[in-house]
Write a protein that binds this ligand. Structure first.
Ligand code: NAI
Ligand code: MG
Length: 495
């Protein structure tokens, strides 16, 4: 209340700058709805400066020995590690994600990401192709150039690091646009990076999607687009890429199934379902297991334990050490989530068994707090079972046989993640192989770690970035060089 407003700058060519227009975006703290910071409201002109700076920086960055680039990423990892608690607090404040369950683990993962890619610079290998004794044919993994990267707000530093670390390791430079709702923590990370890299290797700009994101996507000097966010904007980015035949990576939305077989230990599996649904990130996760398929034999009992355990989650101030679950990011998303809940409450074919609309008075009404909500006996055809809600609203759908449940699980235009819960390993593997998703987990709900190729099938995305193979596929281009060794010397004399 009456809090001091701090003006942050963005980073272009190693300098901390305002937008050329001088315009700013106010940053709201979602747990008390108070403005506490501003960032520059960058537009086309700022994008142009940033992209030109990265273009220039590319000319020398790609020539830096891979081993050196790796060393730089390791130094950045150490520096971030020293500052991770401070950055975690910024994340909690700007996103509303609880420090204990979300922001702190996110920063631990960010340190891991820089360290992982720091160790991979020597893996940018090519191949030799056996075309015969008189030919030397080999490939090189060359960087693509200037990467235009756009990130969302739900795990802003982790999702930013997933692009910065592999792009820089493989010799690209980067212009990254932060999400207008959560630019501060990633700015802090980019500031740390500046100490170790030449100006322009990483430019971090701030602004809205249409004023700053779109000019970045369409800038003629961008060589590769990498986007994480909604499927709707993903389509805009892909169109921009099509204009110039740019390689593009898209990590988009999801409506991931969680399938529970009747042979599970229910107490234990309930914890897994809560983790998979990312309730402690208010379910603002593209990976959220938001369609719960429960076998009819265990349906009632399982739902009972789930409701009970959800009741134990402490909802409150994201910066409070006792809090498990914080707030939704902003008013727009809060309204969207509440509209879905209203739709559910008004629907006669379903029943709400916990949660509902957020309280209108008391401490939770001071921020964008929502409460875990479950609708039971819903149909897989219903809007709430089809669309990505990006809030703590779970639909619980009963099933009787495996073929039917796999069919329902796959009846979605999304295909990002999936969760299968069973003690029978053959069933688990059979289900995992039949589900149309980029990432299937059997008997675990969390588990996102560096090194696995995370990404979507269908409209959940395109390409992978989070692994060695992801870096090679998404941030390098293969060049083939073929040399004929059978050339006669000019005078035909032997050397
Ligand atoms: P969004 O997709 O609009 O925002 C993500 C990023 O894209 C932000 O940096 C934004 O400024 C930028 N952007 C927006 N419009 C753009 C444009 N025309 N050109 C270039 N960049 C643009 O997501 P939003 O509006 O914050 O959330 C809406 C829904 O998107 C959520 O309810 C959720 O369903 C989904 N979402 C999915 C995420 C994921 O991790 N896959 C992350 C965030 C949102
Ligand atoms: Mg905000």
């Amino acid at each position: 209340m009456g809090e001091k407003i701090t003006d942050y700058k963005m980073i272009i060519d190693g300098e901390f700058v305002d937008s050329k227009s001088g315009a700013k975006i106010q940053i709201e703290c979602p747990s008390n709805k108070a403005f506490f910071a501003t960032v520059p409201r960058g537009d086309k002109e700022d994008v142009d400066l940033a992209v030109n700076s990265s273009k220039k920086a590319f000319q020398s960055w790609y020539k830096v020995m891979p081993k050196e680039r790796g060393k730089i990423l390791l130094q950045i990892a150490d520096d971030i590690e020293k500052n991770k608690e401070e950055i975690a607090k910024i994340i909690a404040k700007e996103t509303g994600n609880a420090i204990k369950t979300q922001a702190r683990p996110e920063m631990n993962l960010v340190v891991d990401i820089f360290r992982y890619f720091g160790g991979l610079s020597s893996e940018l290998k090519g191949e030799t192709i056996p075309l015969g004794e008189h030919v030397l044919s080999y490939t090189r993994r060359e960087p693509i150039g200037v990467v235009g990267a756009i990130i969302p707000w739900n795990a802003p530093v982790m999702l930013g690091a997933c692009k910065i670390a592999p792009a820089l390791c493989s010799g690209n430079t980067l212009v990254m646009k932060a999400a207008e709702d959560a630019p501060l923590a990633i700015l802090k990370v980019a500031e740390i990076c500046q100490k170790y890299i030449p100006p322009g290797v990483l430019n971090l700009i701030t602004g809205t999607g249409s004023e700053c994101g779109e000019p970045l996507a369409y800038h003629p000097l961008i060589n590769k687009l990498s986007f994480t966010g909604s499927t709707a904007v993903g389509k805009i980015i892909m169109k921009a890429a099509a204009e110039r035949i740019l390689p593009v990576s898209l990590e988009l939305g999801g409506k991931s199934p969680s399938i529970v077989y009747p042979d599970v230990n229910e107490e234990w599996t309930v914890d897994g379902i809560i983790a998979a649904m990312r309730f402690t990130r208010q379910s603002q996760s593209c990976t959220a297991g938001s369609r719960l398929f429960l076998h009819r034999k265990i349906y009632d009992n399982f739902i009972g334990s789930l409701v009970e355990k959800l009741g134990n989650l402490v909802i409150g101030d994201p910066l409070d050490e006792g809090t498990d679950m914080g707030t939704i990011i902003n008013n727009k998303q809060y309204t969207k989530v509440c509209d879905y809940i209203k739709d559910g409450l008004e629907n006669k074919n379903t029943e709400v068994i916990c949660g509902g609309l957020p309280p209108k008075s008391g401490p939770l009404s001071e921020g964008y707090y929502t409460i875990p909500t479950i609708f039971r006996n819903t149909s897989n055809e219903w809007r709430l079972a089809k669309e990505e809600i990006f809030g703590p609203v779970l639909v619980a759908i009963p099933w009787d046989n495996e073929e039917e449940v796999i069919k329902m699980a796959n009846d979605s235009h999304y295909g990002l993640a999936a969760y299968v819960w069973t003690r029978d390993i053959t069933r688990g593997i059979r289900a995992a192989h039949s589900i149309e998703s980029g990432w299937v987990q059997v008997n675990q709900g969390l588990g996102q770690a560096t090194g696995h190729s995370y990404g979507g099938f269908k409209q959940s995305g395109l390409g992978r970035e989070f692994s060695l193979e992801g870096m090679l596929d998404s941030f390098t281009q293969r060049k083939n060089i073929t040399i004929n060794l059978n050339t006669p010397s000019k005078d035909l004399e032997d050397l």
